[in-house]
Design a protein around this ligand. Structure first.
Ligand code: SF4
Length: 370
């Protein structure tokens, strides 16, 4: 197949759905890791064409959603500084901190700018030597190479006015945290295809083996998702613990080695708090010692902020596959995209946003629309 429309072909969807029904003989709970996959599942009604025995639960792979509240509050404190140009991906501007968001900092006169790449932030730093330019370096393995490259480039250019507020997270430790949870329900994983395009999937077989949980590397279009689900169901039904690649057009076992080398040069693995979930050991990246001068937390002395999370928000349980957005009493009432209580309601990859935006899935007939 050459064109994206072919990966949304309704006839193929029905064929794959029929095959999944044919091979499913008992109940299984499968987690899609990535929030982009959650949105595609809700948008195209993929869960509606699956047999009743299969339950899809939604994982923590939404970088905006898991950025801890204390990092948001630090971002707000830094962005409020009069000598700072604070740069960020657009999704972060509406994420609520303890008391406000980056939009309200901008409305109050702060210089908060949306950039599409951290290299744009480096350029802003070059053009504004009298200002401190800070980039909010959030995300999973997908954004890590570009974010690492921005720091490497700033060092090469000798920029004294560029720094990053680090909030990078990694998928494999999150999988391990979910699988080792006392209330874990996940029996199989759809591994995120874009993460694996960077990192490969060589890290996953030991996790699958340790927790006896099969996985399939999976893409984002309806056909990709159904192929991934079919691969996991086949493994579960056969009692096999393997990691298969259902997204071979984009992912190799080794991944992008130069990108991994760049990440491992500029960053080092570190413990990281996940919003709603808590501390997961070794689940993030911080700056390596050779690049520590570019750490915005140290530059602006914001390390001791104590955040206050909304007591109504159950996003942490949703992100671990323990509950669905519609289980939250605030869903669609006290919490909406216009007045969010948690990040999962505002992020374009958030599960609550997906359920709010697609209350009735388009189901298969929707696949002919875009
Ligand atoms: S609906 Fe709002 S309050 Fe409830 S879990 Fe989602 S983000 Fe949190």
């Amino acid at each position: 197949m050459k064109y994206v429309s072919e990966y949304r072909d309704a006839n193929l969807v029905w064929q794959l759905a029929a095959e999944i029904r044919r091979v499913t003989h008992q109940p299984w709970v499968i987690m899609e890791i990535c929030g982009g996959q959650t949105h595609a599942i809700k948008r195209y009604g993929i869960d509606d064409v699956l047999p009743d025995e299969l339950e899809l639960v939604h994982g923590p792979g939404c970088p905006v959603c898991v950025t801890p509240l204390e990092q948001m509050d630090k971002a707000l404190a830094i962005a409020s500084h009069p000598n700072v140009i604070f740069t960020s991906y657009g999704d972060m501007l509406r994420v609520p901190g303890s008391a406000r968001d980056l939009f309200s900092v901008r409305a109050a006169g702060g210089d908060v700018r949306v950039v599409y790449s951290p290299l744009d932030a480096v350029k802003i730093a070059q053009e504004n030597a009298d200002k401190q330019v800070v980039f909010f370096a959030i995300g999973f393995e997908t954004t890590a190479p570009a974010n690492a490259m921005s720091v490497a480039q700033a060092k090469r250019l000798g920029l004294q006015n560029y720094s990053v507020l680090m909030s990078h997270v990694r998928v494999p430790p999150a999988m391990q945290a979910i699988l080792s949870g006392v209330h874990n329900r996940v029996q199989g994983f759809l591994a995120a295809g874009h993460v694996c395009a960077v990192m490969g999937y060589w890290e996953y077989p030991p996790i699958a083996e340790a927790y006896q949980t099969p996985m399939a590397v999976t893409g984002f279009e309806p056909i990709d998702l159904l192929k991934g689900i079919l691969a996991v169901v086949n493994l579960l039904e056969a009692g096999k613990v393997e990691v298969t690649n259902a997204y071979a057009r984009a992912v190799s076992f080794e991944g992008n080695r130069p990108a991994q080398k760049l990440i491992n040069t500029v960053f080092q693995e570190s413990d990281r708090n996940w919003r709603g979930i808590g501390l997961i050991p070794n689940s993030g990246w911080s700056l390596a010692p050779a690049y520590a001068d570019f750490d915005a937390e140290k530059r602006f002395n914001v390390e001791a902020i104590q955040p206050a999370e909304s007591p109504l928000c159950i996003a942490g349980e949703i992100l671990q596959g323990l509950k669905k957005p519609t289980d939250c009493p605030a869903f669609g009432t006290a919490c909406t995209p216009e007045l969010p209580l948690g990040a999962t309601m505002v992020s374009s990859e958030g599960a609550c946003a997906a359920y709010f935006r697609y209350p009735q899935s388009l189901a298969v007939e929707g696949l002919t629309h875009d």
